[in-house]
Design a binder for this molecule. Structure first.
Ligand SMILES: *[C@@H]1O[C@H](CO)[C@@H](O)[C@H](O)[C@H]1NC(C)=O
Ligand SMILES: *[C@@H]1O[C@H](CO)[C@@H](O)[C@H](O)[C@H]1NC(C)=O
Ligand SMILES: *[C@@H]1O[C@H](CO)[C@@H](O)[C@H](O)[C@H]1NC(C)=O
Length: 246
């Protein structure tokens, strides 16, 4: 049984501040033997280790090199640092189900698209996920981190369609896959909804000792949004907003 734990809220940082952010999240734990704290370096992990990865927010085209090649945000050829992008760095514990929150004071439409990434020679990156534009924001995501012998193989967004949208007047189904909130309902725009992002994490595959990572099996059995109810300090914002909406 994986332990449920909320990873501390991280504020947005700029790319220039990426190292500072990585250092800020060092939570030294006796059982964490992974000494790699940069999201742009390779590592292999065991179940008790922390694992560092980043999420970059930028326009969809900013993640493409030469309009076609999808590169890791760590790749300097993308010039993300000059592309008006924002980076958040997280260090969850491997095989714990975590809820990451990204709480930004900037306007929701500055999120645009996000890509989760980690590694250098063995770089993995997710596809770009739509987060927000001037009209809509998607605030709930599930990210799966898939490992093989402790090395990250794949990062992907798990979607569960728009079932939760039905019956709600405040949300709409975008592209048949994301339940989105109108940004005019967000607090930054004078509305009532806290439009902080919530990202549920799940781990799958094997660690470097070939132990199976199980949190994926648990999260796939949980309904999306169900973790929000476990975090009392989010109750007044995310939980209430979802129970109002769905
Ligand atoms: C960029 O794409 C164009 C057209 O596909 C190609 O001719 C050019 O060589 C590419 N440049 C680089 C640096 O890959
Ligand atoms: C986000 O930050 C604001 C201001 O610091 C705070 O009032 C709000 O409760 C935070 N939301 C979450 C979900 O942490
Ligand atoms: C935001 O995205 C939605 C869905 O793709 C689109 O219908 C809408 O026109 C976009 N709004 C803006 C302001 O770009």
């Amino acid at each position: 049984m994986a332990v449920l734990r909320r990873t501390p809220t991280m504020s947005f940082t700029t790319i220039a501040a990426i190292l500072a952010a990585a250092i800020a999240v060092l939570s030294v734990s006796a059982s964490d033997n992974n000494r790699v704290y940069s999201p742009c370096l390779d590592t292999t992990v065991a179940r008790s280790d922390g694992f560092t990865f980043g999420i970059a927010f930028a326009a969809k085209d900013s993640f493409l090199y030469n309009s076609t090649l999808q590169l890791s945000p760590c790749d300097s050829r993308l010039h993300l640092s000059t592309a008006n992008s924002q980076i958040a760095v997280f260090r969850p514990k491997v095989d714990e189900i975590s809820l990451l929150t990204v709480n930004s004071s900037s306007s929701p439409d500055s999120y645009r698209y996000m890509v989760a990434f980690s590694g250098r020679k063995y770089a993995s990156r997710s596809t770009p996920a739509f987060v927000a534009n001037g009209s809509y924001i998607v605030t709930s995501f599930t990210l799966v981190l898939e490992f093989k012998k402790g090395r990250l193989q794949n990062l992907y967004w798990k979607r569960d369609g728009c079932a939760k949208c039905s019956g709600s007047t405040s949300s709409v189904c975008l592209n048949g896959q994301d339940c989105a909130i109108k940004t005019s309902n967000c607090k930054n725009s004078g509305g009532k909804v806290d439009c902080s992002l919530g990202i549920q994490l799940a781990f799958s595959g094997t660690d470097k000792h070939f132990s199976a990572l199980n949190s994926w099996y648990e999260v796939s059995n949980l309904r999306q949004y169900s973790l929000y109810g476990l975090y009392s300090n989010l109750k007044d914002s995310l939980t209430t907003q979802y129970s109002n909406f769905f």
